[in-house]
Design a protein around this ligand. Structure first.
Ligand code: ME8
Length: 503
């Protein structure tokens, strides 16, 4: 299998992560766990965007040096990712020396290509976005995203000649419409490019917290120009060419729709300027909303992952955000619906099925897997795998994993239909064993296929089925073929995998 390189945005460490950041990061983790099971050479990157005025000012307000400030914040991100079971392969920080060196090499390449020129900028700036706005983009004079006042700034800056890339970007998206997903976001990007692209300022002299321009040390690099390059510096640009060429171009940049323009307009043009390939896919998901507002660091609606994990567990957290919400559009977070879905899907459907099948196996089969099966569930199992594959191919996590829950539903219905307890009363021992053989094999497949989403419960179920290793050690697609649970394994009943939550 091939390489599979996936990134999340690198987050601003001006505050601790909330469930919005966790949303993108868990999605990347589920996708990359899935691809590891296919034997892909996966590289999953996340990290921190540490430069810029926002961080500089926050550090100043706290009376510490910016480096000291970001060094103290970094563990607050990594500890949340560890808590959520995120298996990132690297954690890049833009204040890392490796990043600074790579950005400087890249800047020099773009400068040498003639796409960076000196000029004067005057405009309106939102420090929270670290972005410029025009008068008509404002909402009542405020930043349209943060709803806070913008600042008028004037500076001598270097400019990136974005205007030269209008046609090349349009040609690129014409040839590769799959490079921005979902489609509605592609249309947004095309609309923006067609309005005409202005050159953008890519350096600052007002602060010195950033990467100095290699040819003019009075300037530091504009935070976005520096930040976007993390995707290349982390895989060895300028330091390990072979590794860089192996992973680049990236397979998926997972982002929120707030930073679509940076990723689908500025970034591909910057790459083209240095002779590098643009991303294969920028996937921009919608906003997590709380009480009708986008969850944000400046708002008062922040919810921290650890608070939800305490109540729902890591698997319950991961499940909710990727199964209950659609990955493309905006989605409302509500505690009530999180409890309802947890109880219905995890405690009842998943948990009860496991419990029921393992209990009957203990009672009727002496707690050992049978040799035979009816193979009545092989069709539904096959369907579940196919639909999961095609769902995850489109990053439709809700639909893809919905197929696994359909297999759970089909298994529960099969038990109701075959009534093993009646067969047992009637002394039909062979039939009981065959029916439970189907159910146990279905549980093996549920554990296998749900593993990227709920890795903890899936591997515990795997263990209780008497299987060695973990579901994620298995290779797809062969492990998903029906009928591989061996007879003679010792089963373990155990306590409920997802205890019900009473409110
Ligand atoms: O923009 N709903 O960092 P950031 C869904 N440093 N996703 C959300 C969200 C919400 N309510 N709130 C945040 C930056 N996110 C830059 C990125 S990349 C080179 C530089 C997620 O800390 C979503 O992925 O503001 C969004 O794009 C990102 O966090 C913004 O994080």
């Amino acid at each position: 299998m091939g390489k599979f390189y996936v990134t999340t945005p690198i987050y601003y460490p001006n505050d601790v992560p909330h469930i919005g950041h966790a949303y993108t990061t868990v999605a990347g983790d589920v996708l990359t766990r899935w691809r590891r099971m296919w034997g892909d050479d996966v590289f999953f990157l996340t990290g921190l965007d540490e430069h810029g005025q926002k961080i500089f000012r926050t550090a100043q307000e706290q009376g510490v040096e910016p480096q000291q400030f970001v060094d103290a914040m970094a563990p607050r991100f990594t500890s949340v990712w560890e808590l959520l079971g995120i298996r990132n392969d690297d954690f890049i920080r833009t204040s890392d020396e490796r990043h600074r060196a790579a950005v400087q090499a890249f800047l020099q390449a773009v400068y040498d290509a003639g796409d960076i020129e000196l000029g004067t900028y005057e405009g309106l700036y939102c420090v929270n976005c670290e972005a410029y706005y025009t008068e008509d983009e404002l909402h009542g004079g405020d930043c349209p995203i943060h709803e806070r006042p913008v600042e008028r700034v004037q500076e001598e800056n270097y400019f990136f000649k974005l205007s030269r890339y209008e046609q090349r970007l349009l040609d690129h998206y014409q040839a590769h419409p799959e490079a921005v997903r979902p489609e509605i976001r592609l249309n947004e990007v095309l609309g923006f490019i067609k309005q005409g692209l202005a050159d953008f300022s890519m350096s600052r002299t007002s602060i010195d917290w950033g990467v100095p321009l290699p040819w003019d040390g009075k300037h530091v690099t504009y935070v976005w120009f520096d930040a976007l390059f993390n995707y290349c510096s982390a895989i060895g640009y300028g330091a390990d060419d072979e590794r860089f060429r192996h992973y680049w171009p990236v397979d998926y940049h997972l982002i929120g729709k707030d930073i679509l323009r940076f990723h689908a307009v500025y970034w591909p043009a910057m790459l083209m300027a240095a002779g590098l390939d643009p991303p294969q896919c920028v996937y921009a998901h919608g906003f997590l909303m709380v009480g009708g507002k986008k969850m944000s660091k400046t708002g008062l609606t922040q919810i921290h992952p650890a608070d939800l994990v305490e109540e729902f567990g890591v698997d319950g957290f991961r499940y909710h955000f990727l199964r209950d919400l659609q990955f493309g559009p905006d989605g409302d977070f509500s505690y009530e619906s999180m409890v309802a879905r947890y109880n219905a899907d995890l405690a009842n459907n998943f948990g009860n099925l496991a419990n029921r099948v393992l209990a009957m196996s203990a009672n009727y089969l002496g707690g050992v897997t049978p040799e035979g099966r009816e193979d009545a569930l092989s069709g539904p199992a096959h369907d579940a795998f196919e639909r999961l594959c095609s769902g995850l191919e489109r990053l439709d996590f809700a639909g893809g994993f919905g197929a696994v829950w359909d297999l759970i539903g089909a298994t529960n219905a099969y038990i109701e239909d075959r009534q093993p307890w009646e067969l047992n009363k009637a002394g039909e021992a062979a039939k009981v064993a065959d029916v439970l053989g189907d159910c146990l094999e279905a549980l093996r497949l549920v554990a296998l296929l749900a593993a990227p989403l709920i890795p903890g419960a899936a591997s515990e179920l795997w263990r209780r089925l008497g299987l060695p290793g973990t579901p994620e050690d298995q290779r797809l697609p062969s492990a998903a073929e029906w009928g591989q649970l061996p007879g003679g394994l010792a089963l373990e009943r155990g306590t409920p995998l997802f205890p019900r939550i009473d409110t």
